[in-house]
Design a protein around this ligand. Sequence first.
Ligand SMILES: [Zn+2]
Ligand SMILES: [Zn+2]
Ligand SMILES: [Zn+2]
Ligand SMILES: [Zn+2]
Length: 177
Amino acid sequence: MSTSAVLTQCPRCKQEQAKIVGDQRAVCSLCSKALRRVYQFCWACRREWQGENCSNTCDLPGCALRAALLSDVVITDPVSSVLGCPFFRACPACKNLLTHSGEGCPYIECPQCCTGFCFRCLREECDGYVGYEFDENPESDDDDDDEEYDGYSDYYCDVVKPCTVIDNSTALEALGL
Ligand SMILES: [Zn+2]
Ligand SMILES: [Zn+2]
Ligand SMILES: [Zn+2]
Ligand SMILES: [Zn+2]
């Protein structure tokens, strides 16, 4: 057996000293010492462990959703209008987990409830960007075929006043997680 333990950050003391001991379970020895009991937490959703001690599956509600929203994966495409945004967002209306294709306007529509919102600032009414969809069947100004959109995405996006990218903490609060 290898002696190098996989360490992760503890949500309580914030030290990178907690040892991963199961699929989702981790133990922090610093907090265990401070609390005089074994301090365990789910390293996916970063909350204190609530399930059976020997279980490796987190029983906390919304674990996967919270884990996705807490993930530090961000959109890194330098030409994307959603550069720097967390990879996952929760729809402000129905809390469905969503991501952005990276193309076009930051404003997206939730496929589940059809609520539109800005992927950057999470406002339903963001005036920072104006998006245009290309006409899919242009009939007026083409020569013969319509397959000539080389180099363009399907959407245009004009920047009016870039809004601030916010993290998912307010969304997590709204979800009660
Ligand atoms: Zn700790
Ligand atoms: Zn969890
Ligand atoms: Zn929705
Ligand atoms: Zn916005």
